[in-house]
Design a protein around this ligand. Structure first.
Ligand code: RIB
Ligand code: CA
Length: 313
């Protein structure tokens, strides 16, 4: 099977860190061309540091890590230290990584990588606010045909949002960027919290990972336990929601998810509904379907896949 060539755009972030590790632990299936970072869970100076720290922990200091947008396209930034801690990696020991941050800006890396690729060759995986992708597409729309697909973690519908009753964090932080990405007419897979809120790691999963592998697994197992200062409702009564790793699980085993081709539009103006993903399940708007919306996920198998892969590091 040909390896999928991916760029992982993220805002580490506890669950982003697990997604990075899962991707780096799957070299037979995924060729990680670079990790681009964006302000989100914590400010950009921390998301880029955390991305490098995780790559280094996973034994991959050769991975190119880039810093991108420090703030959303139009709105003031929103962060989530209450969920991820002040470091963004609550529960882990955090230090300055030895591996360097690339000089090139993340948006330039995305544009240049796509420009030099063939059509339908590159998969963009986005697990943070979509600012970097939107800036790349606006700056060089000619790169769009090079995108094989965009697999993003974001959005909420059936059970409401996690930042407001309407909006999920990644979309809420930069709804204008999300609007641009959802309008780009490239294949979109939307791994939303309707399903990821059910992919809950329990302390037993954390203990299994702790004992399953070498140092990376031991360190990363701490991210499967609730962060000290985190709001309990963020993690549900029985575990830690593995939002971002679900994007990597979809790339590795898409059969673990059920999706529906629908139109998803982004609310960019509403006082109460800013950042809502408006999903037209019944096609009543007549708007063109633009996304595969994840409706179900095999949670137990996804967590087993995460443990199996990270234990290989
Ligand atoms: O709503 C969950 C998403 O927002 C995850 O990607 C988490 O890391 C935060 O970025
Ligand atoms: Ca994230």
């Amino acid at each position: 099977m040909t390896r999928q060539r991916i760029i992982l755009d993220c805002d580490p972030g506890r669950d982003d860190a697990l997604a990075i590790a899962m991707a780096l632990a799957s070299p037979d299936e995924l060729d990680v061309l670079g990790v681009t970072t964006v302000a989100g869970n914590v400010p950009l100076d921390l998301t880029q540091r955390n991305a490098r720290l995780i790559c280094e922990l996973c034994g991959h200091p050769e991975v190119k890590v880039f810093a991108g947008a420090e703030s959303p396209l139009k709105l003031a930034g929103v962060t989530a230290e209450h969920v991820h801690g002040g470091s963004g990696l609550e529960g882990m020991e955090v230090r300055q990584p030895a591996m360097p941050l690339q000089d090139r800006n993340a948006i330039d890396f995305i544009v240049e990588t796509l420009e030099t690729s063939a059509d339908d060759e590159i998969t963009l995986v986005a697990t943070g606010p979509l600012t970097n992708l939107a800036l790349a597409f606006a700056g060089r729309p000619e790169i769009l045909p090079k995108i094989r697909r965009i697999v993003l973690m974001g959005g909420a519908c059936r059970e409401g949002g996690n930042v407001t009753p309407s909006a999920e964090f990644n979309i809420h932080v930069d709804p204008d960027a999300a609007h641009a990405v959802f309008a780009c007419r490239r294949p979109l897979v939307v791994i939303n919290i309707d399903v990821t809120n059910r992919v809950l790691a329990t302390p037993a999963h954390a203990d299994r990972l702790l004992n399953a592998g070498a140092r990376p697994a031991r360190e990363l197992s701490r991210l499967l336990k609730p962060a000290g200062g985190a709001r309990v409702e963020e993690f549900g009564p029985s575990g830690v929601a593995l939002h971002d790793p679900c994007t990597i699980a979809w790339l590795l085993k898409p059969g673990l998810f059920e999706t529906k081709l629908v139109n998803v539009s982004i609310e960019t103006k509403g006082d109460l509904t800013l950042g809502a993903t408006v999903v037209d399940f019944r096609g009543i708007t007549g708007r063109q379907p633009n996304a595969l919306w994840a409706c179900e996920a095999a949670s137990a198998e996804i967590i087993e896949l995460l443990i199996d892969r990270i234990a290989r590091l």
